[in-house]
Design a protein around this ligand. Structure first.
Ligand SMILES: Cc1ncc(COP(=O)(O)O)c(C=O)c1O
Length: 406
């Protein structure tokens, strides 16, 4: 069977829109164009009904109530609103925030902004697998701590944090807990009540939905979370996010979430199988490859976890370093396959990834890393093509650039 080139294998960066999502959105891009805030006519009512339905879909998927969902332009805005909004609203209680060194820049840069405003931020270091444990969070919390922000799953190495345990610690100590759930939501279990999460950011374009739309969950009771808005205007979204609602985007988000939840477990099994196939073959064919991030779990033939085995990594994530090869050269060599490198992820900068650095990967191996992000459209044939291309490209580059001692 021939595969269609180029192959897209960068689903942590973004995902294509699922055709079912596009179908759901189309009427709202054409016929049903009303402003969801228009209360005086049917155009507005129809738009508002669609927004309500999406709010219900998103809330249900995370075990929240619809009124706790605030639509945003994506997770960057959600992270900013949660972190800046919660810290500023609680400034009188304290000026300390806890986060992790492997967070996305949307979180880290929001924390840096708080530092400029006089807050102190503790950046917890992960273990070699990229995990931050609840005990570290517990030790870092002080009387003046107002917020803990730690991601559900990492976008580079796929590490899944023990969010339920971290949430329990935060709840016990009376500190608000925000999680950037972008990469994990719709892919791994996520239950706000069971995990004691107070604020959670998600984004549609990581879930086969459209770009430029996301949601922030804001807990309404036990405790009621207060946020200072960062956008000011017409008072939409209970005053937390002014601006005319992106109705087609919101409809797309709701549909994307609904589909992801319905297919989540089966998709996780399929992706674990594809990832195992990719990893085992690369390891067998290419010498001097190292795995960045958590070990892969033991799986059954159908991709389900062997009893007693836990997947500490997003099912579609694989991050490998190829000693003696420049990641950029590898990306160029793999021109038919869209993947990303640990040195290119921070747009245009050639700094090695802060995530790989934080887990102790030396700079040369960080520069030699490739992130594979398997997703819904990928097939076994595409994985086999990728294996062959990676093996051939690494071999060729190593011949061209012999590294002393390697
Ligand atoms: C973990 C994480 N947080 C936040 C974001 C930003 O999301 P958005 O593109 O919706 O602003 C991303 C996307 O790259 C991400 O992977």
């Amino acid at each position: 069977m021939t595969v269609k080139l180029p192959i897209y294998m960068d689903h942590h960066a973004t995902t294509p829109i699922d055709p079912r999502v596009l179908d759901a959105m189309m009427p709202y891009l054409t016929r049903v164009f009303g402003n969801a805030a228009s209360r005086s006519h049917v155009f507005g009512w129809e738009a508002e009904a669609a927004v309500d339905e999406s709010r219900r879909q998103v809330a249900e998927a995370m075990n929240a109530s619809p009124k706790e969902i605030v639509f945003t332009s994506g997770a960057t805005e959600g992270d900013n609103l949660a972190i800046l909004g919660a810290a500023r609203a609680n400034r009188s209680k304290g000026n300390h925030v806890v986060t992790g060194a492997t967070e996305h820049h949307a979180v880290l840069d929001s924390c840096h902004e708080l530092e400029r405003e006089g807050f102190e931020v503790t950046y917890l270091g992960p273990d070699r697998a990229g995990r931050i444990e609840a005990a570290q969070v517990s030790d870092a919390i002080e009387d003046r701590t107002v917020l803990v922000t730690l991601m559900l799953a990492n976008n580079e190495i796929g590490t899944i944090h023990p969010v339920a345990e971290i949430g329990a610690v935060c709840r016990e100590k009376g500190v608000l807990f925000h999680t950037d759930a972008v990469q994990g939501f719709g892919k791994i279990p996520f239950d706000l009540e069971a995990m004691n999460v107070d604020l959670a950011s998600v984004s549609a374009h990581k879930l086969y939905g459209p770009k430029g739309i996301g949601a922030l969950y804001v807990r309404a009771r036990r405790p009621r979370v207060r946020l200072e808005p960062i956008l000011h205007g017409g008072g939409h979204e209970r005053g937390l996010r002014s601006g005319t609602l992106n109705v087609p985007g919101i409809v797309g988000l709701g549909k994307a979430v609904e589909i992801s939840m319905a297919e989540r477990e089966e998709e996780a099994r399929r992706l674990r199988r594809l990832r195992r196939r990719l990893f085992d073959a690369i390891i067998a064919e290419v010498p001097d490859v190292s795995l960045n991030g958590p070990e892969l779990p033991s799986i059954e033939a159908d991709g389900s976890l062997v009893p007693g085995s836990e997947d500490r990594r997003l099912p579609g994530n694989l991050n490998l370093s190829f000693a003696g090869v420049e990641g950029e050269a590898l990306l160029l060599g793999l021109k038919d396959i869209a993947v990303s490198s640990g040195s290119a992820c921070t747009s245009a900068s050639l700094q090695p990834s802060h995530v790989l650095k934080a887990i102790g990967v030396p700079d040369d191996l960080a520069h030699a890393s490739i992130r594979f992000g398997l997703g819904r459209p990928n097939t076994a044939e595409e994985v086999d093509f990728t294996i062959g291309a990676v093996a051939a490209t690494v071999r060729r580059l190593r011949e061209l650039m012999p590294v002393s001692g390697a």
